[in-house]
Design a binder for this molecule. Structure first.
Ligand SMILES: Nc1ncnc2c1ncn2[C@@H]1O[C@H](COP(=O)(O)OP(=O)(O)OP(=O)(O)O)[C@@H](O)[C@H]1O
Length: 256
């Protein structure tokens, strides 16, 4: 059974960036194929990886909901909606050489995410035996946790920037996971975008206050930001980039 690694944290702290680099690290260490799961309704893991999925799970739901109402969406005659969904699910997985990508996406308007969130969970469960590693990029905040995201996760990586608020948000996620009886084998914090790679005393104190285990720090790197601004996939960063090296050290220590 593949190891499920889930990445969570406050908005904008670098979850997707680190997920992309984690997927790259695992593939380069021969742990392929990795299943990359973008479980953020506002998906952008595909940009970090430089892949365009044919269809997201959210779009599939729309197709099925609108079949028979909107002439653009047709289900082959004699096929149930469920059978059609099963058939189309493989189209929601973009296949690359070393990894595959599945994107949750969103439903139109203000629709609830329970259905697509449930689809992510059942798909991960179904596919777990096909991939040695499954890396899930979660949306910001806590809602995905209360929706019961991935009870099968083994490693919960919380990401924060140096701010106390970021660390507190990570601490709240860890507490909620405990309350909901999620029991990953490992839960720990990566502090990202750290100036010169050195944490200051205030951030360290907050990490202790929150009872979080510090897995490691990833430095702030202008090149990451520049790649983002230029629309270049982060996984094209040079091998000796400080961010790639720092993340690689953390993953090695985690024994993944
Ligand atoms: N180590 C780093 N050094 C410099 N910039 C970084 C670093 N990590 C991430 N960034 C930049 O920070 C911004 C936010 O990163 P990212 O999109 O990965 O965060 P996120 O937590 O996934 O965001 P969201 O909550 O919106 O999904 C991006 O512009 C990214 O390029």
């Amino acid at each position: 059974m593949g190891h499920v690694i889930a990445v969570s944290g406050k908005g904008g702290v670098g979850k997707t960036t680190l997920c992309g680099l984690l997927i790259q690290y695992l593939c380069e260490s021969g742990k392929r194929p990795v299943l990359a799961v973008d479980a953020d309704a506002n998906a952008n893991l595909n940009e970090v990886l430089g892949v365009e999925p044919e269809v997201t799970l959210g779009e599939l739901r729309e197709e099925i909901e609108r079949a028979g109402i909107d002439p653009r969406y047709q289900i082959p005659s004699g096929m149930t909606k469920q059978a059609y969904l099963e058939m189309r699910l493989s189209d929601a997985i973009a296949e690359e050489d070393d990894y595959d990508l599945m994107v949750m996406g969103r439903t139109q308007g203000q629709g609830c995410y329970c259905f697509v969130n449930g689809l992510v969970q059942t798909q991960v469960q179904k596919l777990q035996s096909h991939y040695p590693y499954i890396v899930v990029d979660n949306e910001a905040g806590m809602e995905h946790i209360s929706r019961g995201i991935l009870p099968m996760m083994e490693v919960a990586i919380l990401v924060s920037d140096c701010s106390r608020r970021g660390v507190q948000a990570a601490g709240r996620i860890a507490k909620l996971m405990k309350e909901l009886n999620f029991k990953p084998q490992k839960t720990g914090l990566i502090v990202n975008r750290v100036p010169d790679g050195k944490l200051d005393a205030g951030t360290l104190e907050e990490i202790r206050n929150q009872g979080l285990e510090l897995l490691g720090v990833v430095p702030h790197d202008d090149q990451v930001y520049q790649y983002d601004c230029d629309g270049k996939p982060i996984i094209q960063l040079p091998k000796d980039s400080p961010v790639r090296s720092a993340l690689g050290e953390i993953v090695k220590k985690l024994g993944l």
